[in-house]
Design a binder for this molecule. Structure first.
Ligand SMILES: Nc1nc2c(ncn2[C@@H]2O[C@H](COP(=O)(O)OP(=O)(O)O)[C@@H](O)[C@H]2O)c(=O)[nH]1
Ligand SMILES: [Mg+2]
Length: 215
């Protein structure tokens, strides 16, 4: 008998993401999967989000994916929210299996929101369904306004595209309108949110969007 390992692996990964989705639905827990390049500002945005949610009485769990080190999860622990670190040991993305294991260490019944920071990478994480409610793509201005065209898979699957470090757009010669057009050309329905955590611009709209997931 011929065994199609690739097909079996795909089926098992798919089943696990379905179990995760059912588990999260059972707790009525919205789950965000944040995906972007290394350095695009995911952890910084997550820190601002935890601060905001804390002052609004919301409890947010975090699954922090990294290839190595606990640097990001240490940055997040000071907000008093439950953080679980997953080191992929070289792997370029989180899998549904990783999320299932990490979620068991979280008090899912007491959370209002779960945020997964995926491994910094524009390609691999987009291909894996973790059982999340939505993917948020994070593109920073220094990366260039053409990146949505070069890496369309992520932007096609994302519900929301954050354009981070917006205050650097001019100095990086990043054309904001062109970037929006590029994102819309691969996904007409995506919500585009330019923001700067450092300057505080666009943050209200971002928080409003995230709060909307909990209604
Ligand atoms: N100029 C600017 N830099 C930022 C902003 N947000 C984050 N950064 C910086 O970008 C770098 C990478 O941020 P980090 O959150 O670690 O990115 P991650 O690798 O995607 O998690 C750090 O030096 C941050 O201080 C911002 O709004 N403006
Ligand atoms: Mg990070």
């Amino acid at each position: 008998m011929k065994v199609d390992i690739k097909k079996d692996l795909y089926a098992s990964e798919k089943r696990m993401s379905e179990i995760n989705r059912e588990t999260f639905a059972g707790f009525e827990l919205p789950v965000i999967n944040m995906i972007g390049s290394p350095g695009s500002g995911k952890t910084t945005l997550l820190e601002a989000t935890l601060e905001f949610m804390k002052s609004n009485g919301k409890r947010v769990g975090v699954i922090e994916g990294d290839i190595q080190t606990s640097i990001d999860s240490e940055r997040l622990e000071k907000y008093g929210m439950p953080v679980v670190m997953v080191n992929t040991g070289g792997g370029c993305h989180l899998s549904a299996d990783d999320i299932m294991e990490a979620a068991q260490q979280l008090p899912l019944d007491s959370l209002d929101l779960l945020i997964i920071e995926n491994v910094g990478n524009l390609v691999c994480p987009a291909a894996f369904d973790l059982g999340e409610s939505m993917k948020i793509a994070v593109l920073s201005t220094p990366e260039g306004d053409e990146k949505p065209l070069k890496y369309p898979a992520l932007f096609r699957k994302a519900h929301c595209a954050v354009i981070s470090k917006a205050e650097l757009a001019d100095v990086c010669r990043f054309d904001m309108e062109q970037a929006k057009d590029n994102i819309r050309s691969v996904n007409a329905d995506v919500k585009i949110l330019p923001l700067s955590v450092f300057e505080g611009t666009g943050m209200e709209e971002y928080f409003e969007f995230v709060m909307g997931l909990m209604e």
